[in-house]
Ligand binder design. Structure first.
Ligand code: 2XT
Length: 126
């Protein structure tokens, strides 16, 4: 999927990804952080994968090691949706704004900028 490097997203700014969820999507992820091994946030809506159904799983990754998963209560996604995902952060937390719902996740690594963004799985970036 899409990989963007050399970003310099500061606290208070947002990075926005627009795309479509295919009708047969099993899951997708949006990763932001320093690079693929050091993620402020792995945002992973799961329609039906890794044993989860209609569950948003969030996590961080530090030097290639996953942190503690955070499963969210809301699942505001449907197959075929065209959505915008806006990610912003400050010293304390990362915010993921999608239609109808804003998810929050702690800025566990205390990152001060987002340099990397990657989209994986069933999400057709527009
Ligand atoms: C119950 C004992 C085992 O626990 C399971 O352990 C799995 C392996 O660590 C957990 O799954 C992993 O959770 C991570 C977040 O904590 C990541 O989501 C791992 O996937 C990374 C990944 C991305 N991709 C690319 C991709 C992404 C989306 C769709 C298709 C490909 N391929 N692998 C995913 O494999 C999975 O979330 C976890 N389940 C629970 C309930 O804890």
């Amino acid at each position: 999927g899409l990989v963007v490097t050399q970003l310099d997203v500061q606290p208070g700014e947002c990075v926005k990804v627009k795309g479509k969820i295919p009708s047969d999507a099993k899951g997708f992820s949006v990763n932001v952080g320093k690079d693929s091994s050091t993620l402020m946030l792995h945002f992973n809506p799961r329609f039906d994968c890794h044993g989860d159904v209609n569950t948003v799983v969030c996590n961080s990754k530090e030097d290639g090691m996953w942190g503690e998963e955070d499963r969210k209560a809301d699942f505001p996604f449907q197959h075929g949706d065209k959505i915008e995902i806006c990610i912003s952060f400050d010293a304390a937390e990362v915010k993921v704004k999608v239609p109808e719902v804003e998810f929050e996740f702690p800025n566990r690594l205390g990152m001060e900028k987002i340099q990397y963004l990657a989209v994986e799985g069933d999400f057709k970036v527009k």
